[in-house]
Design a protein. Structure first.
Length: 185
């Protein structure tokens, strides 16, 4: 049943992308730096004794001509603690997306079939927002969705990250990134 639900989720995700994109992927190319904070997840009450988690992030969006698409690289530094950080954690990621027959939809070059245990990921441009969705189905049928909205602003990007476990929001992060002077090809 979960596989059917997940298939429906993926189908609806593509169905909602049928509207024309206002922007082209080239409008998002650049190097962005900034920071933000994690918000309490829906259904997960904020713990008063838990230190605040600040995040610093760098996002690089550039062309992937061999795929007629783009590559996104991002790194996040998480600092826990209110005034003096008590813990730091750094993660970095790279994804390459291939153009599809729809002008505003891209498919991760490593995407597979979630019903066979492979992750699936796609990107879509709606207006000023580049959204990237990653879906993972665990062997027990539980699913995990990471959803990134990167919206163009006058100065750079506003980023909204939401992580779902099954239908529950377990993490939400908002970041404000400023576009740097460096150009990427």
């Amino acid at each position: 049943m979960r596989a059917v639900s997940l298939s429906l989720l993926v189908f609806l995700g593509f169905a909602f992308t049928a509207q024309a994109a206002d922007r082209k992927i080239q409008d998002f190319y650049g190097v962005y730096l900034g920071h933000g904070a994690e918000e309490p997840g829906e259904g997960a009450p904020a713990k008063e004794d838990q230190p605040k988690t600040s995040r610093f992030s760098q996002v690089i969006l550039k062309a992937a001509p061999e795929e007629r698409g783009f590559t996104i690289e991002w790194a996040t530094l998480k600092l826990k603690g209110d005034e003096l950080p008590s813990e730091a954690n750094t993660k970095s990621y790279v994804q390459t997306f291939r153009a599809t027959e729809r002008s505003n939809v891209y498919r991760d070059v490593t995407s597979g079939d979630p019903n066979l245990g492979a992750d699936v990921s796609w990107a879509v441009i709606n207006g000023d927002t580049l959204s990237i969705v990653q879906v993972t189905v665990a062997p027990d049928g539980n699913y995990f969705v990471a959803h990134y909205d990167r919206t163009l602003t006058e100065k750079g990007l506003d980023v909204r990250f939401t992580r779902f476990e099954n239908s529950r929001v377990v993490r939400a992060v908002k970041l404000n990134l400023i576009k740097g002077p460096a150009k990427v090809n």
